[in-house]
Design a protein around this ligand. Sequence first.
Ligand SMILES: [Zn+2]
Length: 272
Amino acid sequence: MFISHNGTMQEVTLSPSPYFPRDRTRPMDGLNNMVLTIRQFYFFDPVNPDASGNARDTDKNLIPVNAWTPGRWDQVCNELLNVAKRYWDNQFCLRTPASYQAYNYSFDRNEYRPNIQCRFDAVRVNTRQANSINVQLVDVPAGSRFRAHSRLWTSQDTVLKTNFTGNQQITVVHEVGHNLGSDHVNGPGNDPANYGGVGTYNSRNIMGGGMVFEGWNAYSWQHAMQQITRVPFAQWEGVLGTSVTPTWVRRLSFVDSILYQYGEMAPYPMPF
Ligand SMILES: [Zn+2]
């Protein structure tokens, strides 16, 4: 299924676990969580310099840019998506609310509730598509002051750079956060206060001016679980890391265990 965030479409896939179909001979380790993958499709549109060697940035300033060459074009496009994946993939888990039982499974006469492992994938497409995120891309020299936004990136956006908040940030990771539906730490807008200001705790977040990830940055995955289950997104608590193991629910009696396993023969109730 596709869901929309800030006007960007993303493909959402929820799968029971890497053991599919569920393999009950295996111990119930963290691998038996559900896996929720958000996949974005990026189309890059090259921006070349005008007759004076410039292009306009987010603030409408004319800034010197380089002409693209084919080899460099491919290298930069791929590196941007690789860096974004390095930070957003496998960054979070969601805790399945105790009230939500639909994904529970049994093993060795115990009932477990799996949590949700959050995966991220970004795929480059060579033509504009209905579901692609279309990004203009400029090639700038190191140290350029060209200012990016979520649909206008530069070849230096994979580099850790100090910004006005006093933090260091890799721009593309922040911009992909916008494409995942997150606003700045202090709300939408480009005023310094929206980034958390200078030297504050909030400003260190990836949706401020820094590189710090926190559980609430899993917003896009929480939102996806709301779409899938109709359980409000705030009940899918985001936590950092991939090691949140399934939650033990109860010990089953012998008879209950048999009945439970009959019930489990049915596939997961998947709405898509
Ligand atoms: Zn931003």
